[in-house]
Design a protein around this ligand. Structure first.
Ligand code: ARG
Length: 463
């Protein structure tokens, strides 16, 4: 079926029909399309275009359509242009000619915006809940080893010692920002476009605020041309999803490394790893590799819609139909990756002795020592130079920090004193990092509590 045709002498070519049809993917929007159309039928009744009886008849028929569409077979053989056309054809089959008034003063341009907004609103809520679940899991993982010491890296070289929960709290911050971003995205999605018509505003006196309240939107759009042209809210969703994936991908990369034989700090559960068809000993971190891999795909979804929208003349252009598959894909991959990451995090077992030994045998305490000299009045550049010499000497002798005695240290240079040996233990230097945001044990303990409180506030936003 077509929702147009009067001004054409022949129908569309088979190739064009096949090329332009979107039902095979936009059928995913059928629940949204039905909900929007039910609200629109009620709006038509309020505007006296339908009688109350007719509106009720349509609303019920729409409900039956939504019910029938649960079965994928419902769409078999349908050659309608898109989901909106399909739903109207089904409506006609259910109720006959009374269906002919449903599109009064409505355009598919606003209808598609409405449907995507309804679908994205629900999808964003799902992502928000999943980000919260992951945040909870990260805190639980931190709490399992609150005092474990690990080397922190820059350039993937051991840099300074930090507490294991301090490391995890860094990811807490990233995902907490993602939560905020998704909330902002949701508020930009949460705007009713209906009433905009094709581009110029509807010619019928709809009570837009009543439709808004019927569909539970926070506000109504302010400009009909903007509605018809706008996919900013879809791009916001893709960007927010991309940021989630970026953070998941970096976490995945960390854990792929940390669970390798070379690092050996943590093990991943059997349930999230796979074996090799050839090498019997292998236990591969495929779940994390797939998260890392899928991130590229979601960035592609964002890029794809950016490029589609760039340079489109105001307002609607059919190019915009290409928005849906990237949106569906981004949601599917991001939601799947969040679920996967949560299960991986649950399965992680840290072997704290290994990272602690890595911290002790390397020179992650060098900065602590230099800063102690500076606290005692040695200019920092001199202190840096002196500790650098100590490291060089140790590397030459194959000596770990802990092998220096108080006397040897004091004898190395007049600026050093014997009591500084305590700083050769990573935990001692960490205690000096008490600034807010630092890795001192009490600071981290407070940060963990603070994170728990922030989590409850975030959870409260979803209720
Ligand atoms: N299926 C189209 C889309 O997804 C909506 C239909 C609007 N079509 C049109 N020719 N104005 O963007």
């Amino acid at each position: 079926m077509k929702l147009w045709g009067g001004r054409f002498e022949t129908g569309p070519s088979a190739v064009f029909e096949q090329f332009s049809g979107s039902l095979h993917f936009d059928k995913k929007l059928i629940d949204a399309d039905v909900a929007g159309s039910q609200a629109f039928a009620r709006a038509l009744a309020r505007a006296k275009i339908l009688t109350n009886g007719e509106a009720t008849q349509l609303v019920e028929a729409f409900a039956a359509i939504r019910q029938a569409a649960v079965d994928p077979k419902y769409f078999e053989g349908a050659d309608d242009e898109d989901v909106h056309t399909f739903v109207i054809r089904m409506l006609k089959e259910h109720v006959g000619p009374v269906a002919d008034k449903i599109h009064t003063g409505r355009s598919r341009n606003e209808q598609v915006s409405l449907d995507i907004r309804l679908w994205l609103r629900a999808s964003t809520l799902t992502l928000l809940e999943q980000v919260l679940d992951l945040l909870r899991e990260l805190l639980a993982l931190g709490r399992r080893h609150p005092n474990a010491v690990i080397p922190g890296y820059t350039h993937l070289r051991r840099a300074q010692a930090v507490l294991w929960p301090h490391y995890l709290l860094a990811y807490f911050e990233m995902f907490a920002r993602d939560f905020e971003r998704l909330e902002q995205t949701k508020s930009r999605i949460d705007v009713l476009p209906l009433g905009s018509g094709a581009l110029a505003g509807s010619g019928f006196p709809f009570d837009r605020d009543a439709i808004r309240s019927d569909l539970g939107f926070a506000g109504i759009s302010r400009n009909s041309m903007d509605v018809s042209a706008d996919r900013d809210f879809a791009l916001d969703f893709l960007y927010s999803s991309s940021m989630v994936m970026l953070h998941l991908s970096r976490l995945a990369e960390d854990w792929i490394l940390y669970s390798s034989e070379e690092f050996g700090w943590l093990s991943l559960g059997d349930g999230v790893t796979s074996g090799s068809s050839l090498m019997p000993q292998k236990k591969n971190p495929d779940s994390l590799e797939l998260i890392r891999g899928k991130s590229g795909r979601v960035f592609g979804d964002l890029t794809s819609l950016f490029v589609t929208m760039k340079g489109l003349p105001t307002t609607y252009n059919r190019d915009m139909q290409e928005d849906k598959e990237p949106l569906f894909d981004a949601f599917h991959q991001t939601s799947g990756s969040l679920a996967m990451a949560k299960v991986v995090a649950e399965s992680v077992v840290l072997n704290p002795a290994v990272p602690a030994a890595a911290a002790e045998e390397s020179w992650v305490i060098a900065t602590d020592l230099a800063e102690e000299l500076a606290r005692r009045g040695v200019p920092f550049h001199t202190a840096h130079q002196l500790v650098g010499k100590l490291v060089l000497e140790s590397v030459k002798q194959g000596k770990a920090p802990g092998q220096w005695t108080a006397d040897e240290l004091a004898a190395f240079a007049p600026e050093f004193s014997g009591d500084m040996v305590r700083l050769l233990q990573p935990l001692e230097g960490m205690k000096t990092r008490q600034v807010p945001g630092g890795t001192a044990p009490e600071t981290v303990a407070r940060a963990l509590l603070d994170a728990e409180n922030r989590l409850s506030v975030m959870a409260g936003h979803l209720n």
